[in-house]
Every structure is written in structure tokens, then in C-alpha cells.
Design a protein around this ligand. Structure first.
Ligand code: ADP
Length: 203
């Protein structure tokens, strides 16, 4: 490398170690799949992994279901171990987009530890900003369409409370690290994707 070669400077490398955060119904899953595909990194959704285990009737699934159906979080120790092994897989070595994790301050610390072990760090936290009453409508509709057993109005309201209490405080932590980019999640799906793309390009 010559002294004029700046191509390896960190500001020019694309953001590839990402979180997408926002309340239930913000559209994280939909957007995560799109963005991850564009960046050629895996979208890792803890909710999807739990649901796959519920369908497969694994031990983890039976345990997770007992919490999910009530709108409660699965215990941190269980979730952290699951994410640790997922992040160790080959396809996650060049980057990942985590959806639905971390959700508690303990999970933030666990993730910090996992990334430190891997000798890496987060590049950006994408925050989808939505209005609470609007997301309740979206989730009730999703429950009717997909038959998700945690998408009933009562459970949804509880999940939103749990989010406000346990997960919203995480945003401050990442804000202090200068990682948060806010995107309006009330726009159309394509507009939200475009805004996320823009946020990713602007490091
Ligand atoms: P949503 O964000 O729309 O509620 P998810 O699919 O992300 O949906 O999560 C569904 C459920 O899975 C949560 O309510 C919770 O029970 C469980 N879950 C998902 N991610 C986590 C996590 N990081 N920690 C604990 N529980 C989780």
C-alpha cells in the first residue's frame, strides 16, 4: 500500500455489522430481509429462530413458546447463548443484521462481549420510529393473516409495554456511542427501505 492509498480507511468500508430496532410492528423483519439481501449479509431474527424452534417442537421451542404467548421476553441466558452460536456461523463473519436482539440491557452487554471475542464491533443501529396506535393495527392484521399466537390485541399491548420498559432504554446506550440512525417507519415499505439505504450510505 502506498501513502496515497486511502481505500482501506474505515470510513469507506460499508457498514455491515448492524442492528435494526423499534417496537413490535415497526416493520423490522420486512426491512431487515431487504437490507440484508442488498448488503449480502444474513438477517438474523431472534423471533424467527424462536418460531422455527416452536414449529420444530424442540426443547428450546417449548421453552420459548411459554414466554412468547404471554408477550414476555425469553430469559436472557437462553437468548444470549442462541445468538452467540448463530454469530459464530460462517455466513456471519463478514457482517450481519440483527433483528430483535438485543432487547434488554443484559443482552447489550452480552452482545458487546460476543463481538469483542470476535474482534469486531457494531457499525450502526437503525431505529424505526413509529406511532404506537398505528402499530397495534398492523399487528392485529398480521395476527389474522399469519396466525401468530402472540398477535392478539391484549398480548400486543403487553409487548408494547415490555418494549417501552425494557428495550427503549437501549436506544440511549447506543445513542451515546453515536451509532443510532433514525428512520420514519410510518412511510410506505419501499420508502422506508430507501431511507434505510440512505442512512447506511451516510456514515
Ligand atoms: P415483535 O418484535 O414483533 O414482537 P419478534 O418476532 O421479534 O416480534 O419477537 C416475538 C417474541 O419472541 C417476543 O415477544 C419474545 O417473546 C421473543 N423474543 C424475540 N427476541 C427476543 C430477545 N432478544 N429476547 C427475549 N425474547 C425475545
Amino acid at each position: 500500500m502506498t501513502s496515497t492509498d486511502t481505500s482501506t480507511s474505515s470510513s469507506s468500508s460499508p457498514a455491515r455489522r448492524l442492528l435494526i430496532v423499534g417496537p413490535p410492528g415497526a416493520g423490522k423483519g420486512t426491512q431487515a430481509v431487504r437490507i440484508a439481501e442488498e448488503l449480502a449479509i444474513p438477517a438474523i431474527s431472534t423471533g424467527d429462530i424462536f418460531r422455527a424452534n416452536v414449529s420444530g417442537q424442540t426443547e428450546l421451542g417449548v421453552l420459548a413458546k411459554s414466554y412468547m404467548d404471554k408477550g414476555e421476553y425469553v430469559p436472557d441466558s437462553v437468548t444470549n447463548d442462541m445468538v452467540r452460536s448463530r454469530l459464530a456461523e460462517d455466513d456471519a463473519q463478514e457482517g450481519f443484521l440483527l433483528d430483535g436482539y438485543p432487547r434488554t440491557l443484559e443482552q447489550v452487554e452480552a452482545l458487546d462481549g460476543m463481538l469483542a471475542e470476535l474482534g469486531t464491533d457494531l457499525d450502526m443501529v437503525l431505529l424505526l420510529v413509529v406511532e404506537t396506535e398505528a402499530v397495534i393495527g398492523r399487528l392485529v392484521a398480521r395476527g389474522a393473516e399469519q396466525g401468530r399466537s402472540d398477535d392478539t390485541e391484549e398480548t400486543i399491548r403487553h409487548r408494547l409495554d415490555v418494549y417501552a420498559e425494557q428495550t427503549a432504554p437501549l436506544i440511549d446506550v447506543y445513542e451515546k456511542r453515536g451509532l443510532v440512525r433514525r428512520v420514519d417507519g410510518m412511510a410506505s415499505i419501499d420508502e422506508v427501505t430507501a431511507a434505510l439505504r440512505e442512512a447506511l450510505a451516510d456514515r
